[in-house]
Design a protein around this ligand. Sequence first.
Ligand code: NAP
Length: 259
Amino acid sequence: MDLGIAGKKALVCGASSGLGYACAKALVREGAQLVIVARTEGPLREAAAELAALGTGPVAWVAADVASEEGRARIFAAHPEFDILVTNAGGPPPGDFRHWDREAWLRAIDANMLAPIELIKATLDGMLARGFGRIVNITSSAVKSPVDGLGLSVGARSGLTGFVAGLARSTVARGVTINNLLPGTFDTQRLAGNFAAQAQREGRSVEEVRAARLAKHPAHRFGQPDELGHTCAYLCSAHAGYINGQNLLMDGGSFPGVF
Ligand code: NAP
């Protein structure tokens, strides 16, 4: 299927690895003109070169922290207009809420709630004026199914989810959709890091932790980033203009409810 987004200008955040990279890959294969962002220049530059080899032209990159005002300002100074926006950043650390002070909460809110809102603020009016826009926020299955210990993530992302639910209703009549993608457990560097931390905490091997999690999963496997990337590209496609304000769970059926 031709997704109808060749030549569209796309900003993909958190795109040097993992889920963001997979979204960038799927979009570049559709002929979108990419600008990718992550904080660390080396891996970002490599990712841009790999992505350029898959697409039809160069892939631009900006090494920036999307959680900082200065970082976002540099992105938009270099590239003011976008038709597609994929918001994404690292998730906050897990832990016991008794140990989180105001600073810990503000860091989570900055990265996982205010950064996407500011990125939307910087891109939305141009999309509305041109009559086409696709915004996808990568959030987490924990928004739908909160887990004790992930309070910083759930708290900040729930704020974003509520905000987007209202905003999306005001943009769709002018061709701009806003949706959230909620990953369950995907095989990325972050997941490997989480397993390593859990193994250390529990005095078990990483393989044991991984195997125990897989055994409980209805799919008996973790998601592959490309599966999420292709779904993201579809939500960004010309065909997805009537999908709006949704929270699309991608967890291989882990969530036990009907809806
Ligand atoms: P990942 O493999 O660690 O990749 C994160 C990417 O984002 C990297 O390119 C990283 O590069 C970049 N990044 C992190 N913080 C950034 C910032 N402040 N500004 C700009 N770029 C930033 O992580 P992932 O597994 O793909 O996860 C992506 C998001 O989905 C996270 O928020 C995570 O919590 C959420 N999520 C993931 C899963 C899963 O199973 N993987 C499940 C639920 C939710 P730099 O470090 O160089 O900036």
